[in-house]
Design a protein around this ligand. Structure first.
Ligand SMILES: N[C@@H](CCC[C@H](N)C(=O)O)C(=O)O
Length: 291
């Protein structure tokens, strides 16, 4: 029997952001986009993000994480999923302070309470080439973005937290028709790798309300990297202080953009929902010829 047959998984969430954790440490298997989509399509294994654990690349890390969206695409970062992985490793005896590797760098996590974690999400990137944007827009903290049919959206900010984010600061984000605007903005030609879309309303210098359309997953109850990107964009524009509570439909994240090293610290909860087993057939999906 292969190591992947009938594989165990954890179904967790971070503020309602649906996370599945699959442990492939000790195996050389790399989940394909088709396999990720098949797992997302399972009734008890549906996810916004799939966090697949692999053996760490360096000895200081507890694991390497590959991150997939529900459409099978990959992401180099996922804040809520990283907290869930830290919890899963703590349950098997890992220390409260640990390092997790991703395609965009190593993230340090600290356990604050049994189900509350702070993750150092690293330094945000503002250069248009690093976000990435298709062209130089000048100041990425405030630029004009033409959205055909939506003249009233106003100016935007763009930030990379290891993955690309587009943020609009607007009044009453809940009143916008996200199902139309989300996909339109996610695939806007300015973003060659697509983009996560945030609609934010600054409520006070320490509080922002946020709604997120995720690249590759659609509307989610919470997105940790979007909360980080929004807090940083707001502070950069002088709309908030460097520490703020970001309220998402699923609850609150505390985001602190530290001055000393410019790293962003994200603090929030995790929840284990259930443990399941994947049918072996789900990990044998072939890519269709066009992929
Ligand atoms: N939910 C995540 C972010 C997920 C990644 C995103 N959809 C992407 O493709 O970049 C979070 O909590 O940060």
């Amino acid at each position: 029997m292969s190591a992947l047959d009938d594989h165990a998984f954890l179904k967790m969430n971070g503020l309602g952001n649906e996370i599945v954790i699959l442990d492939l440490r000790g195996s050389a298997h790399v989940v394909t986009p088709a396999e990720a989509r098949a797992i997302a399509g399972g009734s008890d294994s549906h996810f916004d993000q799939l966090m697949v654990l692999h053996d760490p690349v360096t000895s200081r890390a507890a694991a390497f994480m590959r991150i997939y969206n529900s459409d099978g695409s990959d992401s180099a970062a996922c804040g809520n999923g990283t907290r869930c992985v830290a919890w899963a490793l703590a349950r098997e005896g890992a220390p409260d302070e640990l390092v997790l590797e991703t395609a965009s760098g190593a993230l340090a996590s600290s356990r604050i309470a049994p189900e509350l974690f702070t993750v150092d999400m690293g330094e945000p990137r503002f250069d248009w080439r690093e976000i990435p944007l298709a062209r130089d827009v000048g100041d990425t903290s405030l630029f004009d973005l033409e959205v055909p049919g939506w003249p009233g959206l106003g100016r935007a900010s763009a930030v990379s937290m290891g993955n690309p984010h587009l943020i609009f600061f607007i009044r009453d984000p809940m009143s916008y028709h996200f199902d139309t605007l989300g996909p339109l903005l996610e695939r806007h030609p300015l973003f060659p790798e697509r983009v996560n879309v945030s609609f934010a309303e600054v409520m006070s210098p320490t509080h922002v309300d946020l709604r997120v359309w995720e690249r590759g997953a659609g509307p989610t109850k919470a997105c940790g990297t979007a909360a980080c990107a929004t807090a940083v964009a707001a502070a950069r524009r002088g709309l908030t202080e460097r520490e703020a509570t970001i309220t998402l439909p699923g609850g609150d994240l505390d985001i602190f953009w530290r001055e000393s090293d410019r790293h962003v610290l994200m603090t929030g909860p995790v929840e284990l929902e259930w443990e399941g087993r994947l049918p072996a057939s789900l990990l044998r999906q072939r890519e269709s010829v066009e992929e």
